[in-house]
Design a binder for this molecule. Structure first.
Ligand code: KG4
Ligand code: ZN
Length: 390
């Protein structure tokens, strides 16, 4: 018993000493954060340098699994998880190499711990835990949605509180970002995410995936007024969305035309795309106006409305949101597209915000398929092709 006691004491002294060394080796004015992302169909790693002057993305490697899933019409969780597990070490090594750093230069490891497809999240998180233990670097489990929501601070150093709209293939919500750990959700989708709706619409019209850019292109030559698609939930005062009925309406029109004419002409595809995009646009713009009005009630100065997510690439939606902000006299911010879509630089940044507050996790952290940012409100239902949208 005495011997066991001595050994335990020695181990504790060793780990305390190791922890002290770890703490003291951190230069709190400047840090290098390794970010790891694997919650959906992108295996990504990034090295981010952050200091009081701002942030610099030293490297950002994103390996997309699009080809592995394309024949299934959605992301297959088991295939995604295996592909992440196979590639994660390679992608992390690439990120370190391209940033010209080694693990001993890294101050902390930030990794997506949810929400998302659980197998993928586990692949990244288990890898990061192993790396943290073997290199004695602090581990920070990041909420993927926080990564998106904090992107405007990575790119533009804006102050809290700001309003952000996340619109992608897997996410759709309005958030007031009060601090790096306090988020207020004003609304979100109760079924499909908007990118998912664009993708399904493109599939119905025989257009390529991802559907958003394909619909946008076909819509250029189309007539927005030929079909009057529904504008779901506009009759409700809140900031929630529903997109699945819109997709069903498109399917009905397509079937009607196909039955009548024996198929679709190019003009039909363009008109259907234009009318569908117009309906998506109208709902997103109107709900954004409501969210901005709510945000403006509580925030009077330095107001900013930011967008993130793949759908933020849509020129029509982007242009109208910018116009709305001009009218409302609030700043509009659209980060560059490569930071709007899934990547690990935004995960590294979200980890950096916690790192500077000494807010770390340990290896007991669990992977979470659902993880609402605003835990004061009930989680939104609907799980979509890319996982939950909590
Ligand atoms: O953020 P993202 O790269 O991935 C996740 O969903 O996490 O977003 C991809 C989604 C796809 O559903 C794609 O169709 C949509 O964003 N998207 C667009 C456009 N570009 C990409 N939707 C509408 N218009 C676009 N130009
Ligand atoms: Zn995402």
């Amino acid at each position: 018993i005495f011997l066991v006691g001595i050994v335990c004491h020695m181990l504790k002294c060793y780990s305390d000493a190791a922890y002290d060394t770890m703490e003291h080796s951190m230069d709190f004015n400047k840090a290098l954060i390794l970010g790891i992302e694997s919650s959906c169909d992108d295996t990504a790693a990034s090295v981010l340098e952050i200091s009081s002057k701002g942030s610099e993305i030293k490297s950002s490697i994103v390996h997309n699994q699009f080809n592995l899933h394309k024949e299934y019409g959605g992301v297959v969780p088991e295939i995604a998880a295996r592909a992440h597990a196979e590639l994660i070490d390679v992608v992390v090594e690439k990120a370190l190499k391209s940033a010209k750093v080694v693990m001993s230069d890294i101050s902390a490891i930030g990794v997506t711990a949810g929400p998302g497809l659980i197998g993928g999240v586990l692949s990244g998180l288990m890898f990061a835990k192993g790396l943290s233990v073997s290199t004695n670097k602090p581990l920070i489990g990041v909420n993927h949605l926080a990564g998106h929501a904090l992107t405007p601070r990575l790119t533009n150093k804006i102050d809290f509180p700001y309003l952000v709209l996340l619109v992608s293939g897997g996410h759709c919500q309005f958030l007031i970002v009060h601090s790096y750990k306090k988020y207020e959700r004003l609304g979100g989708t109760i079924d499909d995410a908007p990118g998912e709706a664009f993708d399904k619409a493109a599939r119905l019209l025989g257009l390529q995936q991802p559907g958003g850019p394909a619909i946008e292109e076909a819509a250029i030559k189309g007539n927005v007024n030929r079909f009057n698609f529904p504008r779901p939930l506009l009759d409700r005062e809140d900031c929630n969305f529903s997109f699945s009925g819109l997709k069903t309406a498109l399917m009905r029109k397509r079937n009607e035309l196909t039955e009548k004419q024996g198929g679709l002409f190019e003009k039909d595809v363009c008109d259907l795309s234009a009318s569908f995009q117009q309906a998506m646009h109208d709902v997103i713009i109107e709900k954004s106006i409501r969210a901005i009005d709510l945000y403006s009630k509580s925030t009077k100065e330095n107001q900013t409305f930011a967008i993130a997510g793949g759908v933020a690439a849509n020129k029509k939606i982007r242009h109208s949101l910018k116009k709305v902000c001009e009218t409302k006299k609030i700043d509009f911010l659209a980060p560059p597209l490569e930071l709007c879509t899934d990547n690990a630089a935004i995960i590294a940044y979200a980890a950096a915000e916690r790192f500077f507050h000494g807010d770390y996790d340990d290896t007991t952290i669990s992977a979470r398929p659902r993880w609402p940012l605003d835990n004061q409100k009930p989680a939104i239902l609907g799980s979509g092709k890319k996982g939950s949208k909590a």
